[in-house]
Design a protein around this ligand. Structure first.
Ligand code: BF8
Length: 619
């Protein structure tokens, strides 16, 4: 099992898997090998019924599809289609949070309230909404409507773009990539990839940049900010991580997916006395809610709910035999979990109208009756508790502790209310720079290895690491989110963060919360008076897999952040596209990407980049 994962609890469960012959993502990946070479190069076009067409990378077979599209067009279209799907996923999530907020403001939804009134007013003022003479609920309504307008075509530009440093905005303006509307850019991306529309790879890729900015500085940022207003801006929370957060004597409910709108209600409903009594009647000691993937990160950051694991842990959680219900909303939920549950008593409960699974029980979420739905779901789990086969329960016991909740606001308050101490530490070299490690798991890389090794190498060299998504969960399992991990850090980083009593790796949230990283970078750049691309900072996605990760990578690059990918994107079928995304991109947006699957070498690339930027700034 050692070549599959470095997660000790996952290894423990994988031993059970191999004895019982249960299939997991690693088995399915092996059965796919060798994966299609055309596909890996981005040279297979399945967009229309003239095809599927493929281009021969060796120049012996066809060089064009039936419509005449060459490798540049095909590669660029395939890439932007992935990106658009990722941007759509993040932004549609943001829209749903807005819909819940608007239903709250108009009195249609009753289970929600404004939790962070100060943030509501601050964000409303950015949107030029007058706040001094109005009730919070009225401000919320106006803010929701203003944000909803940004999804369409009426307004013509996105508000949060103005949060970027002026120099960055100028670059976007000169390239004409400032998004006009979130949905508009995503729809236009899909229009451009239709056969016979955008047949110039540069034009396609530039629109990809615009679509990605619409995600990072639009849909994702709106999702983050409105979630903070409704559910609270994250503050420090300490809890446990790992499959051992599942409890032998309790009704275990795993909340998996991305959106906090229902999971927050389930966390609250788990305290309901009637439900707790019902659980006891069924022989359980209590109701144990744990998180998985980014829904897990959302309820961890705000409520301190323990985390069961990241993306490649989802099947393994069910295989413990101790999960009464896995409640899913959307994104990164393997259809395979419906197969795994056939061997166990676990109920899969789907909740989103747009994410249904054959064989799952569907309890649809609507803001008007979210609290009732949450209770109904918990009841299903409680009723399922007596069906647990105790002889097949295998819960590991190697959990780690973690501290999460590092929103930008929490980081600033830990620094005494100002960004100055971080800027000073960067200038005097005690902190050499900062790196955001983000993204997924992927069985092509040993589970969690890419994240953990990279983070350890960087903190050792006095580089502050911030994490989101499944990367954060990987680092948490390794104990890197605890102040004790400062023993692995270099002297300078240990001195600065030790005084603040914070860990060397800061958990900033779910994947939409990569927008928090943009806000933090912007604040540092503005303080120093430079562009983000001038800072000693970088991004990395060592184990990425999803379309959302492509969008994140693109908006990191568009924001001026050098980014290292651990998995090769499907672009190498076109020399021109590869060159454009390398050196030429550097010329126009002052950032480039690199591909390195070995996290030790990735750390070297990043350290080299940070040193160059330090030299440039003369620090
Ligand atoms: O949004 S890191 S595997 S769970 S896509 Fe998915 Fe990747 Fe995990 Fe979160 Ni992000």
């Amino acid at each position: 099992m050692k070549d599959k994962t470095i997660d000790k609890e996952a290894t423990f469960i994988l031993n059970k898997v191999s004895k019982e012959g249960i299939e997991t993502a690693w088995d399915r990946y092996e059965r796919q090998l060798p994966q299609c070479g055309y596909g890996q190069l981005g040279l297979c076009c399945t967009l229309c019924a003239l095809g599927p067409c493929r281009i021969d990378p060796f120049g012996e077979g066809p060089s064009k599809g039936v419509c005449g599209a060459n490798s540049d067009i095909i590669v660029a279209r395939n890439l932007i289609q992935m990106l658009a799907s990722g941007a759509a996923a993040h932004s549609d999530h943001g829209r749903e949070v807005l819909e819940v907020a608007l239903s709250t403001a108009t009195g249609k939804a009753h289970g929600y309230k404004i939790t962070d009134s100060a943030k509501l007013k601050k964000v409303a003022e950015e949107y030029c909404i007058e706040t001094s003479s109005k009730e919070d609920i009225e401000i919320l309504k106006e803010l929701c409507l203003a944000m909803m307008e940004e999804f369409g075509t009426i307004k013509g530009n996105l508000q949060f773009v103005k949060r970027a440093p002026n120099k960055r905005q100028e670059i976007w303006h000169n390239l004409d990539v400032i998004p006009r509307g979130i949905d508009r850019e995503i729809v236009e991306a899909m229009h451009r990839v239709h056969t016979g529309v955008d047949n110039h790879y540069i034009s396609i890729l530039l629109h990809g940049i615009r679509t990605a900015i619409a995600d990072g500085w639009g849909g994702s940022m709106i999702a983050t900010e409105m979630s903070d207003i409704l559910f609270g801006t994250p503050s420090l929370k300490e809890t446990e991580v790992g499959l051992s957060t599942l409890k032998e004597d309790s009704v275990n409910i795993v909340l998996h997916g991305h959106n906090p709108v229902l999971s927050e209600q389930i966390v609250a409903a788990a305290e309901d006395k009637t439900l707790l009594d019902m659980a006891k009647e069924k022989g359980a000691k209590g109701i144990n809610i744990v998180g998985m993937c980014c829904t897990g990160n959302e309820i961890l950051m705000r409520q301190g709910v323990p985390l069961a694991g990241n993306m490649l842990n989802q099947e393994l959680a069910i295989i413990t035999g101790a999960v009464e219900a896995m409640v899913v909303d959307y994104q990164c939920i393997f259809p395979a979990i419906l197969e795994v549950v056939k061997c166990f008593h676990t109920k899969i409960i789907t909740t989103s109208e747009k994410a249904k699974f054959m064989g799952a029980r569907h309890c649809e979420f609507h803001p008007e009756n979210a609290s009732e739905t949450a209770k109904e779901i918990i009841k299903i789990a409680i009723e399922n508790y007596p069906n647990r086969n105790r002889e097949r329960v295998t819960i590991p016991s190697l959990s780690s502790r973690l501290i999460a909740g590092f929103s930008v606001e929490t980081i600033l308050s830990a620094l005494g209310g100002s960004i100055d101490p971080i800027v000073d530490a960067i200038k005097n070299g005690k902190i050499k720079g900062a790196v955001g490690i983000v993204g997924c798991n992927n069985p092509k890389i040993k589970h969690d290895y890419g994240h953990v090794v990279l983070a350890k190498k960087l903190i050792k060299k006095d580089i502050l690491v911030v994490v989101t998504g499944c990367s954060a969960i990987a680092c948490a399992k390794e104990g890197l989110l605890m102040p004790e991990a400062l023993s692995l850090a270099g002297d300078g980083l240990r001195e600065v963060l030790g005084a603040l009593k914070v860990p060397p790796v800061l958990h900033m949230g779910s994947c939409i919360d990569c927008s928090r990283i943009l806000v933090l970078l912007s604040a540092i750049a503005k303080k120093i008076g430079v562009d983000i691309s001038d800072l000693p900072v970088a991004g990395a996605a060592p184990e990425w897999y999803s379309q959302k990760a492509i969008s994140i990578c693109a908006y990191f690059l568009a924001s001026g952040v050098f980014t290292v990918l651990g998995i090769t994107p499907r672009i190498f079928g076109s020399k021109r596209v590869t060159e454009l995304l390398g050196d030429k991109l550097q010329e126009v947006i002052k950032a480039r990407f690199a591909i390195e699957s070995d996290p030790v070498k990735a750390a070297e690339l990043i350290i080299d980049h940070l040193n160059k930027k330090r030299n440039f700034l003369g620090i």
